[in-house]
Every structure is written in structure tokens, then in C-alpha cells.
Design a protein around this ligand. Structure first.
Ligand SMILES: [Zn+2]
Length: 339
């Protein structure tokens, strides 16, 4: 009886051990087949060893570097003059291409061509509510002086009258984006833009029609809600999400802001503070707060006289702090409704 028990016990232990080995084997095989990159391909016809890695072109530079690090491939970043920051524009390597992958020969250095910038120093300047008769051209000139690219959220009902300003904005390398047709924030008005999602979508259509009517092609669908997504005082956070979803379904990317000069709000101005001092102080404070949170730096300003007059000082400050300007189409979407 005792012996039988012992034998049964030993058999049970052996079975458990076999099971454990089997489970480990299954996990190993599973991992091998599910980990797509990188894998070494030793049976290459040239009898060389390669690492198979996803094609890096178009990838974020940080992701490409991480992939090469994992594969223990040595790489260097070759600076390429481009308006696209931290994206791999081209890859130089010894090896071949296979479908979506690169076969990179072991022991070679991969060259990643990219415009590498410290991501925390990229800043997206935005100007709302234009174009205007007296300011748009001067704002464009000042931006040119500093080699700064920006994004202009314009109103559809200004397109016909100021088509020349919109054309110049695009020609000079900036982004023209949608800020509704009418910007009507009067609750009592028939044209109140936040009456319903349908009314809001109609605003977007009218904006697009206005551009088309003026013979202007805007290659993006980028939108800023008048007043911001849920800071406009009309939409709750929940309602804002519904409007954001409706806009996205119409193909739009939505951007609020993470920094501002307060050029449309005097309530934080100190006694006797000049426009320049007020704008710069507001900008510094908001940039610091958003940097600390790791947010993309999207600066709200307006196409208006006070900003036009202070813009050179603002740009001077940003350049001295090492900021690099980019257009909003290169920025990840950011909305108050979702943050
Ligand atoms: Zn506005």
C-alpha cells in the first residue's frame, strides 16, 4: 500500500514536471511567433546574418531608435533639412528590403536621416479669428523675419473679403485651418454655432464652401472650436465630446491650446501692465505649466492689433529660449474635452 502510494506520488510529480516543461515550451514557441521584430535571419542566401526590422521610413525618430536598440544595431542620426521634426525621412543601411521590412546586415551602422529636435522645444503658434485687414500681412512679415511657421484658424465668413491674405498665408508656408464660418456665440441668435451638432457641422461645411468659392485649396481638415471645446461657456464636457466626435466623423482633427498670451482676456492683467509685459508673462507662465505636464506646446493668440504689435518681442523671447516653430498639422490632437 505504502509503495503504491509512493509510486503514485512520484508519477504525479513527474506528470506535473512534464506539464510545466510543456507550458514553458508553448510560451517559448508562442513568443517566437508573436514577436515580429527584430529577428535574426541566419539562412540568408548570401550566408550573411541579417536583422529583420520594420521599415523605419516615416516613423517617429524615438520609435525607430528604440527598434534599432532592441535589435542591437548601431545607428547615427544624419541631420536633414526638413520641416518635419523627429520623423525618419530616409534610412541608409547595408542590406535589402523584403516586403514591409528591412533586412539590415549585422555589424553595419544604420543612418537615420531626420530633422532631430528636442521635442520639448517644439512650439505651435496659432492665430485665431482672422484674416484681418490691418494685421494679417504684418503678422506674416514678422513671422518671416524669425523664420517661424504658424497656424491660422480663420473664419469662413472672412474668406471672400480677405482671400489674398489666406493665399499669402498658405504660400508662405503656414497652415490655414477652420475656426467655424461665423464664430456666432450669441445664444439668442439663430446662427448660434452650438445650437446642435448639425448646426455646428453646417458651419464647417460653409467654411469649406467659402474656401472653394474663393478658389483656395486647403489640404487639411483641422479645426479649433470658437471658445475652445469646453471652455466656451456653452457646452458641457459631455456635450463637447459629442461635438468633437461629430467633427471627427466629418474628417476633422480638433485642437484646443495649452499656452496663451491672454491677448483676448484682460482679467489677469496686473495694474499698469503693458500689452507686451502682460502677453509675455502669460505666455511664460502657461508654457512652464504645460511643459511640466508634458503637453504639446500650442500657443493661442489672435489675429489682432495688440498681438501684431507685440509679436516681434514674443518671437524674440521664444527664439532666445531655444524654441523651434512648427505647424499644427504635425502636432498630436489636443482637446480640453478629452483632458
Ligand atoms: Zn475665436
Amino acid at each position: 500500500m505504502n509503495n503504491e502510494n509512493k509510486n503514485t506520488g512520484a508519477l504525479a510529480i513527474a506528470l506535473v514536471l512534464c506539464l510545466i516543461v510543456l507550458v514553458i515550451l508553448v510560451i517559448c514557441v508562442y513568443e517566437k511567433f508573436t514577436s515580429s521584430t527584430p529577428t535574426v535571419t541566419p539562412d540568408d542566401p548570401d550566408d550573411k546574418q541579417y536583422v529583420t526590422i520594420s521599415n523605419l521610413t516615416g516613423m517617429n525618430l524615438a520609435d525607430a531608435k528604440a527598434m534599432l536598440d532592441d535589435a542591437e544595431i548601431i545607428y547615427e542620426v544624419v541631420h536633414t533639412d526638413s520641416e518635419l521634426y523627429n520623423k525618419v525621412l530616409n534610412v541608409e543601411y547595408t542590406g535589402k528590403t523584403e516586403a514591409e521590412n528591412l533586412l539590415i546586415e549585422l555589424g553595419t551602422t544604420v543612418k537615420l536621416h531626420a530633422n532631430e529636435i528636442d521635442p520639448s522645444k517644439i512650439i505651435y503658434l496659432t492665430f485665431d479669428d482672422g484674416p484681418t485687414a490691418g494685421n494679417t500681412f504684418e503678422i506674416l512679415d514678422t513671422l518671416d523675419q524669425y523664420g517661424a511657421k504658424a497656424s491660422f484658424f480663420v473664419l469662413g465668413n472672412r474668406v471672400i473679403q480677405y482671400a489674398d491674405r489666406i493665399e499669402a498665408t498658405i504660400e508662405r508656408g503656414h497652415i490655414v485651418a477652420c475656426h467655424s464660418y461665423s464664430h456666432d456665440l450669441d445664444r439668442d441668435s439663430d446662427g448660434f454655432i452650438y445650437t446642435s451638432t448639425d448646426a455646428f457641422l453646417h458651419e464647417l461645411e460653409m467654411y469649406e464652401n467659402a474656401l472653394r468659392g474663393a478658389g483656395i485649396t486647403v489640404s487639411n481638415k483641422i479645426l479649433r472650436f470658437p471658445g475652445g471645446t469646453c471652455t466656451n461657456g456653452y457646452l458641457s464636457k459631455e456635450d463637447s465630446l459629442e461635438y468633437v466626435t461629430a467633427a471627427r466623423n466629418a474628417g476633422y482633427k480638433v485642437y484646443d491650446w495649452t499656452a496663451l498670451t491672454n491677448d483676448a482676456d484682460n482679467s489677469y492683467r496686473l495694474d499698469g501692465e503693458s500689452d507686451k509685459d502682460y502677453f509675455l508673462r502669460s505666455l511664460k507662465e502657461s508654457l512652464t505649466a504645460s511643459s511640466e505636464k508634458g503637453l504639446p506646446l500650442i500657443v493661442l493668440m489672435h489675429d489682432k492689433l495688440t498681438t501684431n504689435e507685440c509679436l516681434a518681442d514674443i518671437l524674440e523671447y521664444l527664439v532666445s529660449e531655444g524654441y523651434v516653430f512648427d505647424t499644427i498639422d504635425h502636432c498630436p490632437e489636443y482637446t480640453f474635452a478629452e483632458n
